[in-house]
Design a protein around this ligand. Structure first.
Ligand code: PGA
Length: 248
């Protein structure tokens, strides 16, 4: 399967730095045309910089969307608005939203459904906390998140799962390639409970993916790409991760 390398810029940058980062990534892709034979490259900036990314001919996604189609929901952005602004993807249920905005699996499923209706690919994030892993219940937690966050509208084409162990996000700690791969295989088994063609659904790894560990992680059988936070804010590092995708 062709890998997906997605950058999650989170709440960083300003219009100038967003524009120049997007230009540098776009230029880097042009300089290495073979890179896109092996992976699709996606950038997920803050809403307000979607145009800076789209204008540089990059695949662009958002970091959240509303469950609602339109109406009196101050501060919200609908999936249709994202699609209309050039987005093809939207990240949903990131652990930072689950933690700071109390997003539950059912909310994530409703948002994913709204994304599907608008024609967007939903990147649904799952992952256990450090204490859940220490207690040995990481599969129970992640399995439940997968089953409850996938809406009935999900297909292998309109949905991506991102496995991001919370203890690895922004910490410099990464799951070992073996641990990550074991969880990815487990996630695929869970998806099979809901989807006939689970084999074709991409499962990304996220959590301190960097140029020095990307090659090993991306070589694992059930790891179909990466969701990259910190390292996606640096064009050179982000492109180095994309270059680490195995040749197909
Ligand atoms: P990180 O973030 O690469 O900085 O760990 C990943 C993410 O939160 O998507």
């Amino acid at each position: 399967m062709k890998k997906l390398i997605a950058g999650n810029w989170k709440m960083n940058g300003d219009s100038q730095s967003a524009g120049s980062l997007a230009r540098d990534i776009s230029q880097g892709l042009k300089n290495t045309p073979s890179l896109q034979d092996n992976c699709d490259v996606l950038i997920c900036p803050p809403f307000i910089y979607i145009h800076e990314v789209a204008d540089n001919n990059l695949l662009v996604g958002a970091q959240d969307c509303s469950v609602h189609e339109s109406g009196a929901y101050t501060g919200e952005v609908s999936a249709a608005m994202l699609e209309n602004s050039g987005c093809s993807h939207v990240i949903l249920g990131h652990s930072e939203r689950r933690q700071f905005h109390e997003e539950k699996n059912t909310t994530v499923a409703d948002k994913a459904k709204a994304a599907h209706v608008a024609g967007l690919v939903a990147i649904i994030c799952v992952g256990e906390t450090e204490s859940e892993r220490e207690a040995g219940c990481e599969e129970a937690v992640v399995g439940r998140q997968v089953i409850e966050s996938l809406p009935d509208s999900a297909t292998s084409q309109n949905t991506v799962i991102a496995y991001e162990p919370v203890w690895a996000i922004g910490t410099g700690k990464t799951a070992s390639a073996d641990d990550a791969s074991k969880m990815h295989s487990f996630i695929r088994l869970k998806i099979k409970e809901k989807l006939a063609d689970a084999e074709n659904l991409r499962i990304l790894y996220g959590g301190s993916m960097k140029p020095n560990n990307a090659k090993e992680l991306l070589a694992m059988p059930d790891i179909d790409g990466g969701l990259i936070g910190g390292a996606s804010l640096n064009a050179e590092q982000f492109l180095a991760i994309a270059l680490a995708a195995p040749k197909i």
